[in-house]
Design a protein around this ligand. Structure first.
Ligand code: SF4
Length: 62
C-alpha cells in the first residue's frame, strides 16, 4: 500500500507516529509526514490502524 499525510489536514496530534513509528514522523513543523510512501507489508496493519485513528482524516491511501 501507499500512503501520505495531507499536511493541510494534520493537527499534529501524534497518534499516527505512536501507532506506526516506522512509517510516520512528526517533523520540525509539528506536523506528520510519511517517512516511506511505499509501506512494507509488515507495517500495513499498523498503518491502517493509524488511518482509522487520525482525528482529521489526514492520512490517505494512494
Ligand atoms: S494522526 Fe492525523 S492529525 Fe494526528 S499527527 Fe497523524 S496525520 Fe496528523
Amino acid at each position: 500500500m501507499k500512503v501520505k499525510v495531507v499536511k493541510d489536514n494534520c493537527i499534529g496530534c501524534g497518534a499516527c507516529q505512536a501507532i506506526a513509528p516506522n512509517v510516520f514522523e512528526i517533523e520540525d513543523d509539528g506536523l506528520s509526514t510519511a517517512k516511506v510512501s511505499d509501506v512494507p507489508e509488515s507495517e500495513c496493519d499498523d498503518v491502517k490502524d493509524a488511518v482509522e485513528s487520525c482525528p482529521t482524516g489526514a492520512i490517505v491511501e494512494e
